[in-house]
Structures are given as structure tokens and as C-alpha cells.
Write a protein that binds this ligand. Structure first.
Ligand SMILES: [Zn+2]
Length: 697
């Protein structure tokens, strides 16, 4: 989620994992048991994890999760751990079993065989060790052969991948010079258009290069040492000199980069350029050579998301000496595929990208990395198997009914908004009516017959899979927009709003306990998955959603006074989050996380209403002394439980559009019923006077 990150959960995409797009940091399966759980503790929530010594009004996150926090250690191969991670680990284990089964029974050339061969090739560590850098030699030789700016431009164009996503997954990072996102044109939603984003940095954000704090200075020196380490492993000459030059080039790139918060502003990003504009407005790169190598030579309509960055990056290709660019390309060619190289490269990559940047002590076991890479390469083929096994039609129907109920509750909230003009209200209702909600898995599956997977060619498979994905997206250009396409796999523990598509995806793996559990009272589902569904629905109506009409056209459909009211509420939420300080020297960026925080407030409000609607038929009983309302809010508070290592938390504050989990749990302070439910009083730390509570929807 970016322009504001649109999905419910934050993701930590490591540079190594960015090989194939979206991979979350991984960890081992198994529950972190709470202190004091016993046979007579009721099921459905972690009642034993509640810390009754903390007043809910002082620290809601610690009240709901305190004993769990005390009893839980983050597994050594993870940078964070909590509800989301537990589910991701369980899902990964199940996916690994499915992949191994598929491989055993597969006919040659079938999708199952491709899945099995991809996984097995990655697991064959001995073969990978034996080959060393040899599978990468063609790429390195092509870099050696670059003789002029046209050759450099071709080489940079050839690195372009479909690896960013501005509005849906809100992944704004690519280590390639530019990133490509193919999506519907915001000025003409019947057409696809290529979006180009800034890239080129080896660290997660410009702040890592420019921030003057001692912490960041330390990370910079570790990064230079890492570049030198890779260089040495590849037996290339003059490691310290090359590392200094490569780092300096990236620092120049960072200086022209646009900040994360600014990159989230759709109105600043929606810049249409024709093909001939590039040479004229962004001199430096040989653009025809770049686009020919990228597969975009026949396009004449582009969206340049950060024009000043693109202009600056292009100029650097002319001002920085060619030999430095060749060093830069060599380093990134190796870095990009490190997970597929020998142990020494894997270790070097892990030591910087996961230890230094996220604080993770231990490399994930190989099978976990193999599952993640297979998911990245053949996501929907694996997802088809996952959905068949783990998402029965009855659960799909139950989830769809819940979504319908929440849409009804949302519509009722729109009707009750006193400040909204009648014409805006009508348009909001129309947008709600055309919202396309996908539950579990897509209606039609992506096809992989064009992807060649060869057993024993781990790196070749990865390179082909990346290009297959690129060509899949390039092929959409010139074809009608397909609103049924998904941007997450069914085995992803997350959910997403596709604002320009006016569509939602709720993957099967998100629709399982403890978010969605057929074995407990519905009120707990409403507090967990209900709030997430409400969150995603509300993104269609948040500060960004307000910019897109029901067809996905970028056209503000609010009256001026409605939008002013909405922005004033947003400003109060920015202030509310700006004061959260996980460490004395850093605070949450209220502006960068605004859309997500609005969605959390709206999602929780609508989930509470949605649950109330169910009470007519079957009132919820109290459980273990907790009222139904308390169960609702406890389920919400526990759905955000998480422990996270300091470097990982610092990274997320810089790069993530979501606030840290702890503060998301504290969203409750904006919801009136929470005050009555827990008897929260003035003077308590989370208490907000009624006028200070942010009520957006
Ligand atoms: Zn979101």
C-alpha cells in the first residue's frame, strides 16, 4: 500500500528478495505460546496473552498483548514476529508440502512439473556451489563489452522489470535504474499505460544515503564494506576503489530521488510523457536504445511518476564516467541474483540486507527461501493448488457474506454523514456499488505455458521467470483493461485495494484463523478480518480514493467543502501519529502513513457496525467475563500483535506507508464505543476528548 500503501499489512521487501518482487521476511513455523495458557482457557482469542496489569486506556496494545510480548522471542531467522508472521509461517509450510507433492506426481511440462523443478533446482545447493559465478558470465561479459553511452543505455534498459506498483501493492522500490508498472491510465481507465518509477539504489530509500544521523552513517559504511565484499568474492580488481565509486554514484542518485511521502502523491505522479519528450526533457540516456532493450520501443504514451528523479538519473549517465557505470552494473548484476549463487554470496547478501538493515540474526533455512522464490516465479500456479486444498467453498461463501454485510454497513455510514453534500454522497454510493470484491482467489488463473523451467538451472529459471513476468505485463499494453486480474497470490497473508480498478483482493491465506475462524463467535472475526475488510473498502474513499471516480479515472468527485472537511480530519490524524516515538531519535511519519491510518479508523468503525448488524439474529454471549464489545476490540488489538527488531522497525518507519503495528492497535482511541467498553477516562494516556477523535466515515 502507497500512493499510499493500500494493503492491510506492512511488508518488508528485502533487496535480495526483490529479485522477483514481493517476498516477506520469513521465519519458522510454530506458535509462540503465551504465558499461562491452560486447558480451561476458552478458544478464539489468546486470553492468556492479555496483561491485566495494564490499563486499556493507558496502553491498549500492551493490555491486549502484554503477557504474549513478555513470553515471546522473535525466531532467529525473522526480523519480526506476531499474528501475521505466525500465519505466514504456517502458510509457507503448507505451500512447501504442496510443492513437493506436485513435483512427485507431475507430467513433464505440466504446471506442477514447473513448480517442482523450480523448487528442486533452488534446493540443489551442491550444483549451485559447483557452478559458482558461471551461470552469470553471459551477463557480466555483456557489461564488459559496453563501449559507449548507447551501449550503457541498452544495458540499463535490459534491466527493466515489472517490479514496482504505485497504487496497489505500493512497492516503490527497485534497484534497477528505473522500475516499470503497467496499469490503467489514470486519465483514461480503458487503456493500460507504462508507468516509470525512480530506482537504482542498493539501500531501501534515499534517506539511507542522505540522513546525517549516526545510525545512518554507520549503515552507509557497512554498505560500502558490503559492496567491497561482493567485489572480492567475484575476484574483481580494486575492491575498495570500486566500492567507493559505486557508493558515490548511488549517493548522487539518492540526491535526485523524490521522498517516499512525496512519491505517494498521485497528483504529483500522474505526468504523461510522449516518447519524444524523453530525449528533450531528460537528456543523458540514449532513450531509443534504452526503450528498445526494455521492450517499450513501440509505446508513445508513458507516465513518469517522479519527473525530477528521472531527469536527474538520466543526466548522471552522461556526467559519471562510463567505467564507473560498468562497475555499478557489475555489482548490481551479482547482487540482484545473490540468492541463486553460492553460499559465500548468499551469506554476504544476508549479512548486509537482513542483519544490518533488519537486525535478523540467522539466515532462513533453504526450504523457506525456496518456497518464497517459487511463489515469486509461479505464484498463481502454486496458488491454485493452495486454494484447492485450504480454501473450501463454504469458507469462500462465508467470507463473501461478511464482505456484503460490511459493504452494507459502509453504505449506512455514508448515509449518516452529516457533513457530506448530497451529490458527493450519491457518487460515494455509486462507487461502492461498482466495487469489485475478489475473495480467496481470482476467477481465472494466470497461465504459465510460456515459461521454460529447466531442472538444474536455478539461476536460468529465475532470469526467465523475471522476463516472463515482464512480458506478461508488456503484453497488456494495447489490450482492454481486465478488472478481474489479481495483484496478490492466494497464498499471500495480506489484502489489498486496487484503487484505479475500484477492486479488492482478499487472498485465501488471509482468510484463516486467527483472522477468520469458523470455530468461534463471529464478533471476533469482525474485530480481526472484519476490520481489515473495512480497511480495504475504505481505501476507495480515503484521501487517495477520493481522487478516483467509480471508473478509476483520476477525477476528484468530492465537492470542495467535503474535501476540505476530509483534509481537516486527515490533518488531525497526521498530528496524532507524528507524536508516536518508538525510539527517542525517530517518530512515525504521520503524513507518509495517513492513508493507511484513515483506513484503519474507517475499517474498525465499519467492522463494529457490521458486527452490530448481525446481532438481530443471534446475540453474542459474554465469554470468560468479557462482554461482546470487549471481545471485538480485543480481537482487533491482538490482530496487530507484533514484536520487531530495532533496525527493521527503523527501516519501516522510513520506507513503509503503514504505521508500526503497535500504533495501529491504538487506533481504538478514535472509536467512541471503545471508551464505554473499557471505561476509558480523561487523564489516561490514550484518552482523546470527543472533539479530538478522528471520525472520517
Ligand atoms: Zn491499506
Amino acid at each position: 500500500m502507497t500512493h499510499p500503501p493500500r494493503s492491510a499489512l506492512s511488508r518488508l521487501v528485502t533487496v535480495a528478495a526483490a529479485l522477483a518482487g514481493l517476498i516477506t521476511a520469513a521465519g519458522p513455523p510454530g506458535l509462540a505460546a503465551s504465558a499461562g495458557a491452560s486447558a480451561d482457557t476458552p478458544k478464539g482469542l489468546d486470553f492468556a496473552g492479555i496483561d491485566r496489569s495494564v490499563a486499556p486506556g493507558d496502553d491498549y496494545f500492551r493490555y491486549a498483548n502484554g503477557l504474549w510480548l513478555k513470553a515471546t522471542e522473535i525466531p532467529p531467522d525473522r526480523s519480526s514476529y506476531g499474528t501475521f508472521a505466525q500465519l505466514a509461517e504456517l502458510t509457507r509450510q503448507r505451500t512447501a508440502d504442496l510443492i513437493r507433492e506436485a513435483a512427485g506426481a507431475a507430467a513433464p511440462g505440466s504446471e506442477a512439473a514447473k513448480i517442482g523443478d523450480y523448487y528442486a533446482s533452488f534446493m540443489d545447493e551442491e550444483a549451485i556451489e559447483r557452478k559458482g559465478l558461471e551461470p552469470l558470465l553471459p551477463v557480466l561479459k555483456a557489461i564488459d563489452a559496453i563501449q559507449d553511452r548507447a551501449g550503457l543505455s541498452r544495458a540499463l534498459g535490459a534491466t527493466l522489470r515489472a517490479d514496482v506498483d504505485v497504487l496497489n501493492n505500493t512497492n516503490l522500490y527497485t534497484e534497477n535504474l528505473l522500475g516499470l508498472w503497467v496499469a490503467q491510465d489514470l486519465d483514461d481507465p480503458t487503456q493500460y499505460v507504462p508507468f516509470l518509477l525512480q530506482g537504482g539504489l542498493g539501500m531501501p530509500d534515499r534517506d539511507y544515503y542522505l540522513d546525517v544521523s549516526p545510525k545512518m552513517a554507520e549503515v552507509r559504511s557497512r554498505y560500502q564494506a558490503h559492496i567491497a565484499g561482493v567485489w572480492t568474492l567475484a575476484h574483481l580488481p580494486d575492491a575498495p576503489g570500486a566500492a567507493a565509486r559505486i557508493f558515490e554514484l548511488e549517493q548522487h542518485m539518492a540526491q535526485v530521488h523524490v521522498s517516499r511521502a512525496e512519491s505517494e502523491e498521485v497528483l504529483k505522479g500522474n505526468n504523461h510523457w510522449a516518447l519524444h519528450d524523453f530525449a528533450q526533457r531528460a537528456p543523458g540516456l540514449d532513450w531509443p536504445a534504452f526503450f528498445a532493450a526494455a521492450g517499450l520501443a513501440d509505446q508513445n504514451r508513458f507516465v513518469v511518476w517522479q519527473p525530477s528523479a528521472l531527469i536527474g538519473l538520466s543526466a548522471l549517465t552522461a556526467s559519471v564516467p562510463l567505467p564507473t557505470w560498468k562497475e555499478y552494473l557489475r555489482f548490481h548484476a551479482i547482487e540482484h541474483v545473490s540468492p541463486y549463487l553460492s553460499r559465500a554470496f548468499v551469506q554476504e547478501n544476508f549479512a548486509f540486507h537482513e542483519q544490518v538493515l533488519s537486525g535478523t540474526p540467522q539466515l532462513r533455512p533453504r526450504w523457506k527461501r525456496a518456497v518464497d522464490e517459487t511463489n515469486a516465479a509461479l505464484g498463481e500456479a502454486v496458488g491454485k493448488l493452495y486454494a484447492q486444498r485450504y480454501f473450501p467453498p463454504a469458507e469462500k461463501a462465508r467470507a463473501e457474506a461478511m464482505v456484503r454485510n460490511l459493504v452494507t454497513a459502509f453504505a449506512a455510514r455514508i448515509d449518516r454523514l452529516e457533513w457530506m453534500a448530497p451529490e458527493t454522497r450519491l457518487k460515494a454510493k455509486a462507487k461502492l456499488t461498482t466495487l469489485k470484491v475478489g475473495v480467496g482467489y481470482p476467477d481465472k488463473w494466470r497461465e504459465y505455458s510460456g515459461l521454460r523451467v529447466v531442472r538444474g538451472e536455478a539461476l536460468g529459471n529465475a532470469e526467465r521467470a523475471e522476463l516472463f513476468t515482464l512480458h506478461y505485463h508488456l503484453a497488456k499494453l494495447g489490450r482492454p483493461v481486465d478488472r478481474s486480474e489479481w495483484c496478490m497470490t492466494p497464498q499471500t497473508v495480506n489484502a489489498v485495494n486496487l484503487p484505479a480498478m475500484n477492486a479488492l483482493n482478499f487472498p485465501a491465506a488471509m482468510l484463516q484463523p486467527p483472522y477468520f475462524d469458523p470455530g468461534r463467535e463471529g464478533v471476533m472475526d469482525y474485530g480481526a478480518i472484519g476490520a481489515i475488510i473495512g480497511h480495504e473498502i475504505s481505501h476507495s474513499f480515503d484521501d487517495q480514493g477520493a481522487l478516483f471516480d467509480a471508473s478509476g479515472r483520476l477525477r476528484n468527485w468530492w465537492t470542495k467543502s467535503d474535501f476540505a472537511h476530509f483534509q481537516a480530519a486527515g490533518a488531525r490524524l497526521v498530528a496524532q501519529f507524528d507524536i508516536y516515538r518508538p525510539f527517542p531519535d525517530i517518530h512515525v511519519n504521520g503524513k507518509q502513513t495517513l492513508s493507511e491510518n484513515i483506513a484503519d479508523v474507517a475499517g474498525l468503525s465499519v467492522a463494529f457496525d457490521g458486527w452490530r448488524l448481525t446481532q438481530k439474529d443471534k446475540p453474542t454471549p459474554a465469554i470468560w467475563g468479557f462482554s461482546p464489545e470487549q471481545l471485538f476490540f480485543l480481537s482487533f488489538g491482538q490482530s496487530w500483535r507484533q514484536k520487531i527488531r530495532e533496525p527493521a522497525l527503523r527501516q519501516r518507519i522510513v520506507t513503509d506507508g503503514h504505521a508500526p503495528a503497535e500504533y495501529r492497535a491504538d487506533t481504538v482511541r478514535n472509536i467512541d464505543p471503545w471508551y464505554e467498553t473499557f471505561g476509558v477516562q480523561p487523564g489516561q494516556k490514550l484518552y482523546l476528548a470527543s472533539a479530538d477523535r478522528v471520525r472520517v466515515w
